[in-house]
Design a binder for this molecule. Structure first.
Ligand SMILES: Nc1ncnc2c1ncn2[C@@H]1O[C@H](COP(=O)(O)OP(=O)(O)OP(=O)(O)O)[C@@H](O)[C@H]1O
Ligand SMILES: [Mg+2]
Length: 263
């Protein structure tokens, strides 16, 4: 049976899709069978982030309407054959998809995958409800900014009325230089505010945009090391921390901080 994890946030643009894609790639690189479901119906972009856009022929609605078999709608990754995407591309928002229809698709996937990751839309309306109703675990993504934290806090409260057995927070776009100088909330502040388990920290890094399935395991890049730790935390339940302040310590660190802020 698969672990079904929804990646949610409340606030838009904080990195749900980025984290869903990278976590999926890292899990598949460790030989887990992973299915990513884009539930951001209408504003889907998981296919774009995964570079699978051209390969999507059928989507979840086609499966629900029996236009194709579920197997035909699953797009396989070129580098990690254990990674699949079920897109929601091209769905007409006016069409009403019932929760039970989506749940029956997920039930069919349950036995063929180890992990099903659901990319949730922003907000707390119908799309959010649909996505979280299908999951048993939640990753709540937040950036270390007050507006994002407030929305994450609200979402965590709302999640208590769903059947979610495990909730972890992930801090995205953490800036080690600012955290080091106490100009940005750190993991302990955020943990105390949100009051749920720690999942991981992902640094602010443009590499995340250009990363491909061929390069995700390159440990030279801090963002890849951070996703590696996050992935292991999800698999094992550990709470290891990626320390994004390490390169800003000491004399050399001060120079790096100065250079980072003067660009
Ligand atoms: N750690 C990071 N470092 C730098 N850029 C990032 C990072 N994480 C995400 N981004 C960028 O931030 C933007 C928003 O990310 P993403 O689409 O994953 O957010 P989202 O929460 O899924 O948004 P939405 O609510 O619209 O679905 C993208 O351009 C992405 O490349
Ligand atoms: Mg998204």
């Amino acid at each position: 049976m698969a672990r079904v994890i929804v990646v949610t946030s409340g606030k838009g643009g904080v990195g749900k899709t980025t984290i869903t894609a990278n976590l999926g790639l890292h899990l598949a690189s460790k030989n887990y069978r992973v299915c990513l479901i884009d539930m951001d119906i209408g504003l889907n972009n998981l296919d774009v982030v995964l570079n699978m856009e051209d390969k999507v022929i059928y989507n979840m609605l086609d499966v629900i309407e029996h236009k194709c078999r579920l197997k035909e709608a699953l797009v396989q990754d070129g580098t990690y054959p254990l990674l699949f995407l079920l897109s929601s591309g091209g769905l007409n928002q006016n069409l009403t998809i019932t929760l039970s229809q989506i749940k029956s698709v997920i039930n069919e996937l349950h036995f063929n995958f180890d992990y099903i990751l659901i990319d949730c839309p922003a907000g707390i309306d119908a799309g959010f409800k649909r996505a979280v109703s299908c999951a048993e675990e939640a990753l709540v993504v937040t950036t270390p900014h007050l507006s994002s934290l407030r929305d994450a806090d609200k979402v965590i409260t709302i999640l208590t009325s769903y059947n979610i057995t495990s909730k972890r927070f992930v801090i995205n776009r953490a800036r080690g230089d600012l955290i080091q100088d106490k100009l940005m909330f750190d993991v302990h502040d955020i943990g105390k505010t949100l009051g749920i388990e720690f999942g991981g920290v992902v640094p602010e890094d443009d590499r995340v945009i250009t990363n491909t399935s061929q390069t995700i395991n390159n440990q030279k890049f801090a963002v890849n090391r951070a996703f590696e730790i996050l992935t292991n935390n999800i698999i094992t339940g550990e709470k290891k921390l990626f320390d994004c302040t390490y390169k800003y310590r000491g004399f050399l660190g001060s120079i790096k901080k100065f250079l980072k802020r003067s660009v």
